[in-house]
Design a protein. Structure first.
Length: 230
Protein backbone atom coordinates (compact mmCIF):
# COMPACT_ATOMS: atom_id res chain seq x y z
CA UNK A 1 0.00 0.00 0.00
CA UNK A 2 1.64 3.22 -1.13
CA UNK A 3 1.75 6.21 1.20
CA UNK A 4 1.67 9.75 -0.12
CA UNK A 5 2.35 13.15 1.36
CA UNK A 6 0.42 16.07 0.00
CA UNK A 7 2.07 19.30 -1.03
CA UNK A 8 0.33 21.06 1.81
CA UNK A 9 1.76 18.52 4.26
CA UNK A 10 5.32 19.14 3.07
CA UNK A 11 4.87 22.89 3.37
CA UNK A 12 3.51 22.42 6.89
CA UNK A 13 6.58 20.38 7.89
CA UNK A 14 8.90 23.03 6.46
CA UNK A 15 7.05 25.78 8.31
CA UNK A 16 7.25 23.87 11.60
CA UNK A 17 10.97 23.19 11.14
CA UNK A 18 11.57 26.84 10.31
CA UNK A 19 9.73 27.89 13.45
CA UNK A 20 11.83 25.50 15.52
CA UNK A 21 15.02 26.95 14.04
CA UNK A 22 13.85 30.51 14.72
CA UNK A 23 12.82 29.71 18.30
CA UNK A 24 16.09 27.90 19.02
CA UNK A 25 18.15 30.71 17.47
CA UNK A 26 16.32 33.44 19.37
CA UNK A 27 16.58 31.45 22.59
CA UNK A 28 20.32 30.96 22.10
CA UNK A 29 20.90 34.64 21.39
CA UNK A 30 18.82 35.62 24.42
CA UNK A 31 20.79 33.17 26.57
CA UNK A 32 24.14 34.57 25.35
CA UNK A 33 23.01 38.14 25.97
CA UNK A 34 21.83 37.37 29.52
CA UNK A 35 24.91 35.29 30.29
CA UNK A 36 27.40 37.87 29.00
CA UNK A 37 25.66 40.73 30.80
CA UNK A 38 24.93 39.15 34.18
CA UNK A 39 26.60 35.75 34.69
CA UNK A 40 29.88 35.95 32.75
CA UNK A 41 33.07 35.97 34.91
CA UNK A 42 33.79 39.49 33.57
CA UNK A 43 30.24 40.79 34.12
CA UNK A 44 31.29 42.85 37.15
CA UNK A 45 33.74 44.97 35.15
CA UNK A 46 32.48 48.27 33.66
CA UNK A 47 32.12 48.95 29.96
CA UNK A 48 29.55 49.44 27.19
CA UNK A 49 26.70 46.91 27.37
CA UNK A 50 26.86 46.19 23.65
CA UNK A 51 30.59 45.50 23.93
CA UNK A 52 29.87 42.94 26.65
CA UNK A 53 27.42 41.16 24.34
CA UNK A 54 29.36 40.88 21.07
CA UNK A 55 32.87 41.20 19.61
CA UNK A 56 31.30 43.08 16.72
CA UNK A 57 31.29 46.31 18.74
CA UNK A 58 35.08 46.36 19.05
CA UNK A 59 35.59 45.11 15.49
CA UNK A 60 33.49 47.96 14.10
CA UNK A 61 35.65 50.63 15.74
CA UNK A 62 38.85 48.77 14.90
CA UNK A 63 38.05 48.73 11.19
CA UNK A 64 36.92 52.37 11.31
CA UNK A 65 40.41 53.34 12.50
CA UNK A 66 39.08 55.06 15.62
CA UNK A 67 39.77 52.29 18.13
CA UNK A 68 42.68 54.12 19.79
CA UNK A 69 40.41 57.12 20.41
CA UNK A 70 37.53 54.97 21.64
CA UNK A 71 39.77 53.15 24.11
CA UNK A 72 40.88 56.43 25.69
CA UNK A 73 37.26 57.57 25.93
CA UNK A 74 36.30 54.29 27.60
CA UNK A 75 38.96 54.71 30.28
CA UNK A 76 37.96 58.33 30.82
CA UNK A 77 34.39 57.20 31.40
CA UNK A 78 34.77 53.84 33.19
CA UNK A 79 38.15 54.04 34.91
CA UNK A 80 41.42 52.06 34.75
CA UNK A 81 39.75 48.72 33.92
CA UNK A 82 37.35 48.46 30.97
CA UNK A 83 35.50 45.51 29.46
CA UNK A 84 35.54 46.19 25.71
CA UNK A 85 34.48 42.74 24.46
CA UNK A 86 32.76 39.68 25.96
CA UNK A 87 36.07 38.06 26.95
CA UNK A 88 38.43 41.06 26.93
CA UNK A 89 39.58 43.62 29.49
CA UNK A 90 41.86 46.61 28.99
CA UNK A 91 43.97 47.96 31.83
CA UNK A 92 45.42 51.46 32.13
CA UNK A 93 47.65 51.48 35.19
CA UNK A 94 51.38 50.95 35.89
CA UNK A 95 50.64 48.13 38.31
CA UNK A 96 48.59 46.26 35.71
CA UNK A 97 51.51 46.48 33.28
CA UNK A 98 53.81 44.90 35.86
CA UNK A 99 51.29 42.20 36.75
CA UNK A 100 50.58 41.23 33.14
CA UNK A 101 53.95 41.63 31.43
CA UNK A 102 56.38 41.31 34.33
CA UNK A 103 57.80 38.11 35.76
CA UNK A 104 55.55 36.05 38.01
CA UNK A 105 56.19 36.70 41.68
CA UNK A 106 57.14 33.93 44.06
CA UNK A 107 54.14 31.73 44.82
CA UNK A 108 51.96 33.20 42.06
CA UNK A 109 50.98 31.52 38.82
CA UNK A 110 52.25 33.19 35.63
CA UNK A 111 49.85 34.99 33.29
CA UNK A 112 49.27 32.84 30.22
CA UNK A 113 48.44 34.22 26.79
CA UNK A 114 44.87 33.80 25.57
CA UNK A 115 43.60 30.85 23.57
CA UNK A 116 43.73 32.93 20.38
CA UNK A 117 47.52 32.41 20.44
CA UNK A 118 47.10 28.63 20.39
CA UNK A 119 48.32 27.18 17.08
CA UNK A 120 48.70 23.52 18.04
CA UNK A 121 52.00 21.97 19.09
CA UNK A 122 54.48 24.58 20.32
CA UNK A 123 57.41 23.27 18.30
CA UNK A 124 57.90 26.14 15.86
CA UNK A 125 56.38 29.03 17.78
CA UNK A 126 57.96 32.46 18.13
CA UNK A 127 58.29 34.68 21.17
CA UNK A 128 54.96 36.37 20.41
CA UNK A 129 52.88 33.20 20.03
CA UNK A 130 54.55 30.96 22.65
CA UNK A 131 52.10 30.25 25.48
CA UNK A 132 54.19 27.78 27.47
CA UNK A 133 56.26 29.80 30.00
CA UNK A 134 59.21 27.40 29.70
CA UNK A 135 59.33 27.67 25.89
CA UNK A 136 58.87 31.43 26.04
CA UNK A 137 61.73 31.65 28.55
CA UNK A 138 64.10 29.77 26.23
CA UNK A 139 63.23 31.97 23.24
CA UNK A 140 63.57 35.12 25.33
CA UNK A 141 66.98 33.98 26.55
CA UNK A 142 68.25 33.52 22.99
CA UNK A 143 67.09 37.04 22.06
CA UNK A 144 68.12 38.84 25.23
CA UNK A 145 71.59 39.84 23.99
CA UNK A 146 70.09 41.79 21.10
CA UNK A 147 68.04 43.86 23.54
CA UNK A 148 70.63 44.51 26.23
CA UNK A 149 71.40 48.10 27.23
CA UNK A 150 74.67 47.96 25.26
CA UNK A 151 72.97 46.63 22.12
CA UNK A 152 70.23 49.25 22.30
CA UNK A 153 72.81 52.02 22.56
CA UNK A 154 74.48 50.71 19.40
CA UNK A 155 71.14 50.66 17.61
CA UNK A 156 70.43 54.26 18.56
CA UNK A 157 72.69 55.50 15.76
CA UNK A 158 70.57 53.68 13.16
CA UNK A 159 67.33 55.14 14.54
CA UNK A 160 68.75 58.67 14.67
CA UNK A 161 70.01 58.34 11.08
CA UNK A 162 66.52 57.63 9.74
CA UNK A 163 64.92 60.22 12.01
CA UNK A 164 67.27 62.85 10.59
CA UNK A 165 66.40 61.67 7.07
CA UNK A 166 62.68 62.01 7.84
CA UNK A 167 63.08 65.52 9.25
CA UNK A 168 65.13 66.65 6.25
CA UNK A 169 62.53 65.27 3.82
CA UNK A 170 59.73 67.06 5.66
CA UNK A 171 61.76 70.30 5.66
CA UNK A 172 62.20 70.07 1.87
CA UNK A 173 58.41 69.93 1.50
CA UNK A 174 57.57 72.68 4.00
CA UNK A 175 56.12 74.89 1.25
CA UNK A 176 54.02 72.14 -0.32
CA UNK A 177 50.42 73.41 -0.29
CA UNK A 178 49.07 69.86 -0.51
CA UNK A 179 50.43 69.02 2.91
CA UNK A 180 51.90 65.68 3.93
CA UNK A 181 50.20 62.46 4.96
CA UNK A 182 52.29 61.89 8.08
CA UNK A 183 50.77 58.47 8.71
CA UNK A 184 52.42 57.24 5.50
CA UNK A 185 55.72 58.91 6.30
CA UNK A 186 55.82 57.34 9.76
CA UNK A 187 55.09 53.96 8.17
CA UNK A 188 58.00 54.42 5.77
CA UNK A 189 60.22 55.45 8.68
CA UNK A 190 59.23 52.38 10.68
CA UNK A 191 59.91 50.04 7.76
CA UNK A 192 63.33 51.59 7.17
CA UNK A 193 64.39 51.28 10.81
CA UNK A 194 63.13 47.70 11.14
CA UNK A 195 64.67 46.72 7.80
CA UNK A 196 68.06 48.13 8.77
CA UNK A 197 68.08 46.58 12.24
CA UNK A 198 66.79 43.18 11.08
CA UNK A 199 68.38 42.80 7.64
CA UNK A 200 71.06 45.47 7.47
CA UNK A 201 69.28 47.25 4.63
CA UNK A 202 66.43 49.72 4.27
CA UNK A 203 63.14 48.46 2.83
CA UNK A 204 61.39 51.69 1.99
CA UNK A 205 64.09 54.37 1.72
CA UNK A 206 62.46 57.28 3.52
CA UNK A 207 63.71 59.62 0.81
CA UNK A 208 61.41 58.00 -1.77
CA UNK A 209 57.78 59.05 -1.57
CA UNK A 210 56.25 55.74 -2.60
CA UNK A 211 55.57 52.27 -1.29
CA UNK A 212 58.37 50.51 -3.20
CA UNK A 213 57.38 46.92 -2.56
CA UNK A 214 53.69 47.44 -1.78
CA UNK A 215 54.42 46.19 1.73
CA UNK A 216 52.81 49.00 3.68
CA UNK A 217 49.56 48.91 1.70
CA UNK A 218 49.39 45.14 2.16
CA UNK A 219 49.94 45.39 5.92
CA UNK A 220 47.50 48.25 6.45
CA UNK A 221 44.75 46.40 4.57
CA UNK A 222 45.57 43.12 6.36
CA UNK A 223 45.44 44.71 9.81
CA UNK A 224 42.02 46.19 9.06
CA UNK A 225 40.65 42.77 8.16
CA UNK A 226 42.41 41.02 11.04
CA UNK A 227 40.69 43.32 13.51
CA UNK A 228 37.55 41.21 13.04
CA UNK A 229 37.64 38.53 15.72
CA UNK A 230 36.29 35.26 14.43
Amino acid sequence: MASTVSGGGIIGVIIHLSLYVVVISVSFVAYKVMYNLYFHPLAKFPGPKLAAITDGWMSYYSISGDWHKILIQLHDRYGPVVRFAPNELDFASPQAYQDIYGHAKQGKLPWLKGSSYHTGEETNVGIVSARDPAIHREIRKSLSHAFSAKALRLQEEVVVQYMDMLVSQIAERKDDEKGLNMAKWYNWLTFDIIGDLAFGDHLMQSNLEKDIHGLILFLVVSISWLSWEL
